[in-house]
Design a protein around this ligand. Structure first.
Ligand code: ZN
Length: 781
């Protein structure tokens, strides 16, 4: 379940950031001419890696080169062929069999491996009906993806999970239909102005512009009794390109399955929030779970949606509301009346997490964790096996190096999660069950989910931004032979929306990484446990219209995606290098100037958002007084004026500004201490006792959490990153403040500013301690 239907945010920059950025750039340049660095800069590769002494850096580079030489495209192809031969969603025989197969592989590579089981609520379809009962020719939706002669696994109908939305409540409703565009909050504001109510109606929304689970949530909040979500060819079908099997895009009867549990409220098993779903765990009753939808919902293909949409009359949906079906779109309500029935088997099913360890030699209590999920909606070649493939090859490569004498300092844990698709089940239950020990020991969590051709996308904790930039400079892009970093930089220049953004892409020492919201297995590690996390994968060049359908299989992948698996190898190289470099570092490669620069950027965005909200309210009220709305509406297509708004009071950002200043000062102090340690010669980092500094660095992400969590959703504890309550996967940074501003809750926004300021203050305190300890530990050398 990667964030495929969310556009990746391109970070916005400002004049102020550019100033800060060039300061960071100058700092990086001064590092390069430190005495030690000049001595060994004959080859840029000889520049010590972040957190390494010069000698240990050279040794590390040798091991990393060996590591990157091992992953084999033949193996990646063979693993994928095996792991996609049958549908393997939760609760199926192949889900278990593949988990055992992956565990056997890890064992074969010499890793200490076991399977950890949890028991989770996992509904599967029992009855599904969508029919047009009035207002047009009688029509019953197929709700079935046909087998294709070319595609050898598409005919496994007895093993395929039917098309449905996991965690839709059961329901049997018949009501007039309303087309609600993407079904996001702005669309309902527009419907209000059109005078269209969805109360007592069934809505039909197209996919995109929010995570799918938001659509039934918002529909229910507006009084709808049922919800259909379909893949419109405008975003996901023939408008984008040739459809499968001739091309990569979604065919007429292709359906996107998916979870609709309210994961922005809490992730994982709906019955065991906050605790591992072990045999004896205390469970909510199904009807008590707050994350199951309030109204029944089903996904349909555009083949099934077309006759329903054609039977709508009423206002014509123009502009942004018009889809790609090549017919006039109308909003209704009715006369089309739809019968929607959803009934599931509400069973408890096992999930099988595969856990494999390489014990650390000198710091076994510090854990570097690497994972991808193994469960799929159906055969799942792209999602998840293209990512799982890389994890298996990384484990094999490290097993080889262990035999050659490599000894990682820290413990490495490879994981293959189950139950990611229905609700991040396996990873969340694991992160909840092992909460205390993970908070004590986990250094970082490195995630992938899917992989394809193109650019290396990296998202994650900004304390690791410099580190991930350093790694991506060592990865070769298979198509251009540039480094993955260079290709990313050139793409940023090509796609920048302003000259400032272009300048930043050219000059900033590090490319910005996007923040993590939700949508894959890092969620519980980052948002609930406070473990610095990174998500990565290649993509951006493949067409994709098979997401969560029966056509996401070996045939599709080997015809339309990374057909020769060279990007699978590049992913294994990139993630494997990250894991190895974190596991072997003298000093953990956390870095805080990029983090504090990012925080400054977020605060600037929040101020702009508050200002805009204020100005918009003033402008709207003024236009209401002037009669703008009543004068410009077409009486034959009337659009009601929006309601007047209360003009917000000014927010007090001073606590946040002060905390951010303190943070940037602490970040600079730590940087100075690090620079000093490097300048102190080769031995300082290698022989100093850095365990106390490393222990503080491990804590640095934990400090960004509060025990109380976010307002109204305490499971999400991170105060810098969270999935949006009304957007789903897409991240909201400094979420308590940002969402309060978006929801025009000014008092809450002011309170949240105080909370986040305290969090940043305690982060600064920790960074100061780390700087002091680093200076003390390295000055004696
Ligand atoms: Zn996935």
């Amino acid at each position: 379940m990667p964030a495929r239907n969310v556009e990746r945010n391109s970070p916005r920059i400002s004049a102020r950031n550019l100033v800060r950025t060039s300061a960071a750039f100058a700092l990086a340049t001064s590092l390069a001419i430190s005495p030690l660095a000049t001595r060994i800069t004959a080859n840029a590769d000889d520049q010590p890696l972040l957190g390494y002494s010069a000698d240990n850096s050279r040794t590390e580079r040798q091991w990393e080169e060996k590591l990157r030489a091992i992953p084999s495209t033949d193996n990646l192809r063979a693993y994928m062929q095996h792991l996609t031969a049958h549908p393997h969603n939760v609760g199926t025989p192949y889900d278990k069999e593949y988990a055992e197969w992956i565990a056997a592989k890890f064992k074969e590579f010499g890793l200490d491996t076991h399977i950890e089981q949890f028991d989770v609520l996992y509904p599967t379809p029992k009855e599904r009906v969508v029919e047009l009962v009035e207002g047009g020719p009688k029509f019953t939706a197929k709700l079935q993806e046909p087998a294709l002669a070319q595609d050898p696994t598409s005919n496994q109908q007895n093993e395929q999970l039917p098309t449905y939305h996991a965690y839709s409540i059961d329901g049997d409703v018949t009501a007039p239909l309303v087309y609600v565009n993407y079904g996001i909050p702005e669309d309902y504001e527009q419907l209000d102005r059109m005078g269209v109510s969805v109360k007592g109606k069934i809505v039909i929304a197209r996919y995109y512009h929010s995570w799918r689970g938001i659509k039934p949530k918002v529909a229910a909040e507006h009084g709808a009794v049922g919800c259909l979500i379909y893949s419109d060819p405008h975003e996901d079908g023939f408008v984008q390109g040739e459809t499968f099997p001739q091309g990569a895009w979604r065919p007429k009867d292709g359906v996107q399955r998916g979870s609709v549990a309210d994961m922005p409220f809490y992730a994982g098993d709906p019955l065991t929030p906050g605790v591992g779903a072990t045999k004896d765990a205390k469970r909510l009753k199904v009807e008590e779970s707050p994350t199951i939808t309030k109204i029944p919902v089903l996904p349909i293909s555009y083949g099934d949606a077309q006759p329903l949409l054609a039977a709508l009359t009423g206002r014509v949906a123009t502009g942004e509301w018009h889809g790609g079906l090549g017919q006039t779109y109308r909003i209704g309500p009715g006369p089309a009346k739809v019968h929607l029935k959803v009934k599931s088997n509400w069973d408890i099913k096992p999930v099988y997490d595969v856990i494999a360890k390489i014990p650390g030699s000198s710091a076994p209590d510090e854990w570097v964790i690497r994972g991808n999920h193994h469960d799929a909606w159906v055969n799942g070649a792209e999602d998840p096996i293209s990512g799982m493939d890389a994890v298996i090859e990384e484990a094999r490569a490290m097993g080889e190096l262990l035999k050659q004498g490599w000894k990682p300092k820290r413990t490495i844990i490879f994981t293959a999660w189950d139950g990611e698709e229905p609700g991040l089940l396996g990873s969340t239950e694991y992160a909840e069950e092992h909460y205390d020990e993970l908070r004590k020991h986990a250094v970082a969590y490195i995630n992938s989910d899917t992989n394809g051709r193109g650019y290396l996308f990296i998202e994650g904790s900004h304390t690791l931004e410099k580190f991930t930039n350093e790694v991506s400079k060592d990865i070769t892009d298979p198509e251009t032979k540039l480094s993955a970093w260079k290709r990313d930089q050139l793409r940023e220049i090509a796609t920048a929306h302003s000259s400032e953004a272009r300048q930043e892409a050219r000059q900033r020492a590090d490319l910005r990484i996007a923040a993590l919201g939700s949508g894959s297995d890092y969620t519980a590690f980052l948002q609930h446990d406070g473990i610095a996390s990174v998500n990565l994968g290649f993509g951006g060049e493949d067409g994709g219209g098979i997401y969560h359908s029966i056509y996401d299989d070996f045939y599709w992948y080997t015809h339309f995606s990374d057909t020769d698996f060279v990007y699978g190898r590049a992913l294994a190289q990139a993630a494997g290098t990250m894991v190895m470099r974190l596991a072997d570092a003298d000093l953990l490669p956390f870095e805080f100037t990029n983090f504090s620069d990012t925080i400054q950027m977020y605060i600037k965005e929040l101020k702009a958002l508050a200002t805009k909200s204020r100005e918009d309210a003033l402008e709207r009220n003024r236009e209401l007084e002037e009669g703008v709305y009543s004068a410009t509406t077409d009486p034959k297509q009337p659009l009601a004026a929006p309601p007047a708004e209360t003009v917000p009071t000014y927010l007090n950002f001073a606590p946040l500004d002060n905390a951010a200043d303190t943070l940037s000062h602490s970040a600079a102090e730590y940087h100075k201490a690090y620079e000093h340690a490097i300048a102190n010669g080769n031995t300082a980092l290698a022989s100093a006792s850095l365990s106390e500094v490393n222990a503080l660095l491990i804590e640095s992400e934990r400090k960004l959490l509060t025990a109380e969590g976010l307002p109204n959703r305490p499971w999400f504890k991170h105060q810098i990153y969270a999935p949006g309550f009304y957007t789903g996967y897409a991240v909201k940074t400094i979420p308590a403040v940002r969402e309060a501003i978006e929801l025009k809750q000014w008092k809450q926004a002011d309170e949240a500013i105080e909370v986040v300021a305290k969090v940043l203050q305690s982060e600064s305190d920790l960074i100061n301690s780390a700087a002091a300890k680093l200076s003390a530990a390295t000055s004696s050398h």
